[in-house]
Design a protein around this ligand. Sequence first.
Ligand code: NAD
Length: 420
Amino acid sequence: MTIYTGPVFEMARTQFAIIADHLEIPHDERARLLYPKRAITVSVPIHMDDGRTEVFQGYRVQHHLTLGPTKGGTRFSPDLDIGEVAALAIWMSWKCALAGLPYGGAKGGVACNPRTLSMRELEAVSRRYMQEMIPFVSPQTDVMAPDMGTNEQVMAWFMDTYSVHQGHAVTEIVTGKPVAIGGTVGRREATGRGVAYLVGRACDTIGLKSQNATAIVQGFGNVGSVAAYTLAARHGLTITGVSDHTAAYYDPAGLDIAAIEKHVAANVTLAGYSAEAAIDPAELLLQPCDVLVPAALERVITADNAARIRCRILAEGANGPTTPDADAILDQRNDEIFIIPDILANAGGVIVSYFEWVQDLQQLFWSETEVNTRLETLLEGAYQQVARRARADGVSNRTAAMAIGVEKVRAGKRLRGLFP
Ligand code: NAD
C-alpha cells in the first residue's frame, strides 16, 4: 500500500524496477531506495482578489537524506498531485547522484494555475506555501528551486518569507533566485545551456555536424527557450519547430528564434506569432529533424508515437517525457536514435543550483565564465560516465544513467547503515 499513485509515479516505479533488476538489487532493499523519506501535504489558504478565500493544496516530497540535504524544484500546475511530486523527487535523486552532487532529491508544488492568478494572488500563494513548509525545510535539510510555473520572482518571495521568519537574510534556502538577492549568474539559463552542450556532445558521438542539423523544441519556457536559442546561436543548428501550451510552429526552412523571443517577451505566449507556420501540436513531435527536445511536460513520447518520431538525437529537457512503454520501442531503434535521458540532459539546472547554494553558504560569488566552465566540466563527466556504462553493460543511455544514480544512493545507504 502506498499513498503515491498516478501515471507519473507508476513511470518512476517501473523505471526503478528495470534498474533494480539490472543491478540485481535484492528485493528487500528496493523499497528503501524507492519510497520517499517524507511527504508533506499542506493547505494553502489565500484571499483572492474578488474577496473569496480559496484553499490550494501544496506538497513537498523529500526522497532521501542519505547524502546531504534534499534539493528540488517547485511546480505550480493545476493537476499536480502527490504521486507526480514523488516521481519528480525520485528522479532528482538519481540525477543529483549521477552529477556527483551532495544531495538527495526533492520536489514540491501547489495545485494551482499560475496563469489565471493575479500577481498579488501568486505572491500570496507563494508566501503562504513557504510559510507552511518552514518546519520542514532549511539550507541543511531541503533547498527549493523553480520548476514549471514558478520563476525567479517566486523564489524571491520564498526566500523573503523564510528570512523574515528567521530574522535575517537566508539566501541559501532557495536557488534560482534573482542575482540581486544572492542568486548566481547563469542559473536561469543553466538547464537550457546544459541541454545544448550535451546535444553538441551527442552530435560528436554520432558524427553529426551541428551546423547542418535541425532541431524541434517542445515547450518555450525557461528550459525550451534557452535550449532553442543556445542550439542556434552557439551550435549553429537550424530550429525548425517550437511549441508552447498555446501554439506550435514548424518551418523546414527554419524559424527566426530572435523574432519568436521578441514575440513571447511582448505577448507572454507563442499564440499569434505566425499563421503560415502553425501546425497541430501533436504533429510537431513527428516532423523529421536531427534533434528533438521535449522541454515541457512528462509523458509526451508514448507507445502511440514512439515508433513515428523521426530524429537522430532525443534530448530530454523535460523530466519524464518518455514513458517506459515508449522506451521499449525506442530501445529497438537504438541504432537510429541517440537518447540523452532526462536525468542527464536537464541536469544543468540542479548543477548550477548547487553552485548557487555553495556561493551563498560561502558568500563568495563567481563570474559567469566560472559558472559555465564548471557546469560543462560536471556535465562532461556525467556524459562520459553514461557513455562508458552504456557500452560496458550493453544497455541504453537511460538505463546506464539511472544505474549510476541508483548505485551511488545505494552505496551511501549501505555505508551509513540502517538505524537503529
Ligand atoms: P516553464 O513553466 O518555464 O515552461 C514550460 C513550457 O512548457 C511553457 O512554454 C508552456 O507553455 C509549455 N507547455 C505546457 N504545456 C505544453 C504542451 N501541452 N505542449 C507544448 N508546450 C507546453 O517550465 P520549465 O522550467 O521550462 O520546465 C519545463 C520542463 O523542464 C519541466 O519538465 C521541468 O520539470 C523540467 N526542468 C526544468 C528545470 C529548470 O531549471 N527550470 C530543470 C530541470 C528540468
